[in-house]
Design a protein around this ligand. Structure first.
Ligand code: AMP
Ligand code: DBH
Length: 550
């Protein structure tokens, strides 16, 4: 009989992490009770018109917990949560945690394919979303998903509910809440950027997640005076836990939820709320640098700027402190676990040229060659990791787990890194089949499947192409059986299948054949090279142009 891959930590490791104090045995319900008790009347969350104290946050969450319980949602149930940056997000997730239900953290950009998949794969009983966001009606989406997923019994809407139930108007009968779940149980399902045909869900316990949150808060020096602006999607692992909004709540600070990272919106918010810290993905940095040239005054209170999620150019990194007046911190993390930070007292060269070092002394890092052998110190290799907050397996993904984890429990991150003697990691590239579009991850295989569904498409390979703004964009090399097929039609075909807009190919190159490697796979390295050369040639002026335009 084939043994299923166990996604639990082996008992010996769990015992070690408990003995070290990493796993503190606190549930998210316990966490909420503690912060409410400790920080009571301090401002916890500012969002739109809402300004909640820690006490009010607790009251809102417990009210929702009772309402969820009254609907029949029970411990262990999965609930897909897709909310933009609004205060309700925290009431919802702490409400779910209080009754032991597991939020599945969808992003606002996700559409029918992703939401439907999360609901089906997790056998979710409920989908909680917003009426409209960014010009998109999520109630429409809910109707389509509801019709297709048999386990889905509740759709709850923040805002105008239409034919669904409104989050605010749920009946609030007297219910006795069950006792909170054990901290060692899976408490949430985070999303992986993925590289395979189907998205992967990441099971995190309160023990492991809150360890990373507390340590992150310490490393980042958070205090009750921290005012953190969240402009990235609040459900994203970076914005939620590194140290993110949960770290700020742990420290007793204030979370300001912003609707946009555009300087015209974010800068006045920073000035008004006296924001001390925020987190960005790399493509936003040049936009902020440009805006700061004329409106730096609005950033007077900003002390720390975190940048992570994708490769951050060191020349840009050097400009952060002089031009924004905020200390830079690079963050290299993953929803699967391992998070690296440059430290506030690191020399400037480490801050601008590395992606930081791991949170925990018990994070184990290996840098290996293609045959799983260690590379010489300082050389580039595959990053593998194991530790007190890194998962040992994805949720319901036995086959994939056997490939993504070693027999002794190391996660194969798919990142190519080198490690300095100080322990700092430099991300040099990527071995996984993914495009990192300025922090938004596009799993190549998933999109290739969608393209293959087109009747004219014979074969396809999706690769990264360089992009000045996002670092990378996606390019689909397509063999078509019809000469008349247009790139825009193919892009529309992918979008129409109900996929997040950031996953739609940015460019299509029609070709007669696709190069293969010795083992018969598409040679994506060569394809990346080809499109990069083509784009570079186009950007370069031709000799004739040089002559005629002196
Ligand atoms: P995910 O597994 O979807 O949470 O995405 C995590 C991945 O994002 C990592 O494995 C890296 O490939 C990428 N990533 C995150 N932060 C950085 C960074 N600072 N520099 C380069 N790549 C990063
Ligand atoms: O990209 C990521 O997934 C990421 C980046 C920074 C992350 O999950 C994190 C920090 O925790």
């Amino acid at each position: 009989m084939k043994h299923a891959h166990s996604i639990a930590w082996p008992e010996a490791d769990a015992a070690r992490y408990r003995a070290a104090g990493h796993w503190a045995g606190q549930s998210f319900a316990g966490f909420l009770a503690e912060i409410a008790q400790r920080h009571g009347e301090n401002t916890a969350v500012v969002a739109g018109g809402a300004r909640w104290s820690y006490r009010q946050l607790e009251a809102e969450a417990l009210a929702l917990a009772r309402r969820f319980a009254a609907l029949g949602i029970v411990g262990g149930d999965r609930v897909v949560v897709q909310l933009p940056n609004r205060a309700e997000f925290f009431a919802v997730v702490f409400g779910l945690w209080r009754i032991g239900a597991l939020p599945v953290f969808a992003l606002p950009a996700h559409r029918k394919l992703e939401i439907g998949y999360f609901c089906r794969h997790a056998e979710a009983v409920a989908y909680i979303t917003v009426d409209q966001h960014a010009g998109f009606d999520h109630r429409e989406l809910a109707r389509e998903v509801m019709a297709e997923v048999p386990t889905l019994t509740h759709v709850l809407i923040a805002g105008e509910a239409g034919s669904f139930r409104s989050l605010d108007l749920l009946p609030d009968p007297e219910v006795v809440l069950p006792s909170p779940p054990a901290a060692s149980e899976v408490a949430l399902l985070q999303l992986s950027g993925g590289s395979t045909g189907t998205p992967k869900l990441i099971p995190r316990t309160a023990d492991d997640y809150l360890y990373s949150v507390r340590e992150s808060a310490h490393i980042c020096g958070l205090t009750p005076h921290t005012v953190y602006l969240c402009v990235l999607p609040v459900a994203h692992n970076f914005a939620l836990s590194s140290p993110g909004t949960l770290g700020v709540l742990y420290a007793g600070g204030t979370v300001v939820l912003g609707g946009s990272a555009a300087p015209e919106i974010a800068f006045p918010l920073i000035a008004r709320e006296r924001v001390t810290m925020t987190a960005l993905v790399p493509p936003l940095v040049p936009v902020w640098l440009a805006a700061a040239a004329t409106r730096r005054g609005e950033l007077a209170t900003l002390q720390h700027l975190q940048v992570g999620g994708a490769r951050f150019d060191s020349a840009l990194a050097q400009r952060v402190e002089p031009e924004l007046g905020a200390r830079l911190q690079q963050v290299f993390g993953m929803a699967e676990g391992l998070v690296n930070y440059t430290r506030h007292d690191d020399p400037l060269t480490l801050v601008t040229q590395t992606q930081g070092r791991p949170i925990s002394p018990d994070d184990e890092v290996r840098v290996l060659d293609d045959d799983d052998q260690p590379v010489p110190p300082g050389e580039v290799g595959h990053l593998l990791t194991r530790g007190p907050y890194t998962i040992r397996g994805y949720y319901r993904a036995d086959g994939h787990n056997a490939r993504a984890f070693t027999a002794d429990g190391f996660y194969r991150t798919g990142d190519l890194v080198r490690q300095l003697p100080s322990g700092h990691l430099v991300v040099e590239g990527r071995a996984k089949d993914q495009i990192n579009r300025g922090g938004e991850k596009v799993p190549a295989e998933e999109i290739e499947h969608l393209l293959m569904a087109h009747p004219s498409v014979v074969d396809v390979a999706l690769v990264a192409m360089p992009d000045a703004q996002l670092g990378e964009r996606s390019c689909a090399f397509v063999i078509s059986r019809h000469a008349g097929l247009r790139a825009s039609a193919l892009m529309q075909f992918v979008r129409a299948q109900g996929v997040a807009a950031f996953k739609v190919p940015d460019r299509v190159e029609f070709v007669d054949e696709l190069p293969k490697t010795a083992v018969g796979k598409f040679d994506k390295k060569l394809l990346r090279q080809r499109i990069a050369e083509k784009l570079a040639a186009r950007a370069r002026p031709t000799p004739l142009e040089v002559q005629t335009h002196p």
